[in-house]
Design a protein around this ligand. Sequence first.
Ligand code: SF4
Length: 221
Amino acid sequence: MLNAIEPALEIALTDCRRIGQIAIQKLDDGVLALSHRDDETRNDLKLFHSPEDAIEIAKFDDTGNYRPLKTAPNLRRGWRLELATLDELRRALDYFYPGRLAVFAAWKSGRLRTTPLRDTLDRQSGMYRVAAKISDEQIDCVVGDFCRSDGGCLRTILWKRDKQGTVASTKLPPEKFDPAFDQVRAPTRSRSTIPATAIPLLCQEACNLLVAECRKVVKGE
Ligand code: SF4
């Protein structure tokens, strides 16, 4: 899989230089410079040089709170990470957005499998088993709120609610399920005409945090 990621990344970077909230600039000397999208034109950024620096940068938001969901739209600002090679870029992006490049490469080659939410919930054990009792109406609300791009999560949802192919949530706009849309810029309540300008962060199955939210709703917490 590792072999497939770098070519997919290289091709993607010829069309767009964005992934999630990160902008990637290729400098004249070949250096790859990463920053928060909103910091691209700033020249007072704190400089980093190692892919592993991404671990710390991604850990807390601007107010110092831990970021349990790395694809939440709260990446901190004020940094610039300069990298020498495509391999270093791949590693850094994997720290910023764990697993997303591998999923992107699998999706590009038509090998990505998705799991319906109800299957994910049905296979839970222990204290999360009860999450499977969630109703369709509750799923609409929980997914619509927790996964929304404006304040929730920047991933594009590819999974369905059930094996019948029901949409994950009727509360989310069509763009939320379309990899061609840039979730950082896509409005969430109305149809958008904004074209793709970013490598999509794809969601192939519900994350543990969403499962935990489903459990909370069932438990009435
Ligand atoms: S289920 Fe996917 S889209 Fe929803 S919050 Fe988790 S990672 Fe993001």
